[in-house]
Design a protein around this ligand. Structure first.
Ligand code: URA
Length: 236
């Protein structure tokens, strides 16, 4: 209570001086933000890389033993992403689960088997495509990643996309579609099956494989979405 009174006094003082708004930006309160945030320009080393593979290796080095957000406290391994650096198709999930955390590889658990089957049904091998997640560390109890965790991590995914420069992205589940589209609070049932764009790259939002495990009757919808992706890949 005493603190509130003090703040009120300070605000009154500023008003007397003629200020209608505080002469600061809210982000200044989070002084560590600038240090922790992976602003893309900070990741400079990749610019000099001759191959996409080298650029991804440099980016992985840049990520290091990341402690940028609280997910680092409980994770076993960072799940950077894997696949073909020259991939034309990229799959982006939400966050690593238990098996992924243990192995340091994306989509290797039960949901991963569903994704692998989809990839193969589309005529590819896992090694043809690139698979990554919105956040690179497992949220405790597999909860949704929180906005601050996504904010601190997504710069690395953005760089991965920039390096790989796929022709099409398939986003898996609500969190992935929300993050890539920048639209909060969307319903995956409302947006799935319709392309949106992430920096000129078409993104096909579809259901998360874990959802399909719980709702196998909706698998045909994801297969419809996959066919639109195949059509897009076939375009000149
Ligand atoms: N679910 C995800 O979203 N990503 C994984 O890597 C595994 C499960």
């Amino acid at each position: 209570m005493k603190k509130l009174v003090e703040i009120k006094d300070v605000l009154e003082f500023y008003r007397m001086l003629g200020f209608e708004r505080l002469p600061i930006e809210l982000k200044d309160f989070n002084k560590t933000d600038k240090i922790k945030r992976p602003v893309s320009n900070e990741i400079t080393s990749i610019k000099n890389c001759r191959s996409k593979e080298k650029a991804l290796i440099e980016l992985r080095k840049e990520l290091g033993d990341c402690k940028r957000c609280k997910l680092s406290q409980k994770r076993l391994n960072i799940v950077f992403g894997e696949g073909n650096p020259e991939a034309k198709l990229m799959f982006i999930g939400e966050a690593p689960g238990r098996e992924e955390d243990e192995q340091g590889r994306p989509f290797v658990g039960e949901a991963g088997m569903v994704l692998t089957r989809l990839i193969e049904k589309m005529g590819f091998k896992r090694t043809d495509v690139y698979i990554a997640n919105i956040v690179k560390c497992r949220p405790p109890m597999n909860r949704d990643p929180e906005p601050d965790e996504i904010e601190l991590c997504k710069g690395f995914l953005e760089k991965q996309i920039e390096i790989i420069n796929p022709k099409v992205i398939m986003s898996l589940g609500r969190i992935s579609a929300m993050t890539l589209s920048g639209i909060n609070k969307l319903k995956i049932t409302a947006i799935r099956g319709k392309f949106f764009y992430f920096k000129d790259i078409p993104v096909m939002p579809t259901f998360h494989p874990a959802y399909l495990m719980r709702n196998p009757k909706d698998k045909w919808l994801t297969w419809n979405d996959a066919q639109k992706v195949l059509d897009k890949l076939a375009e000149k």
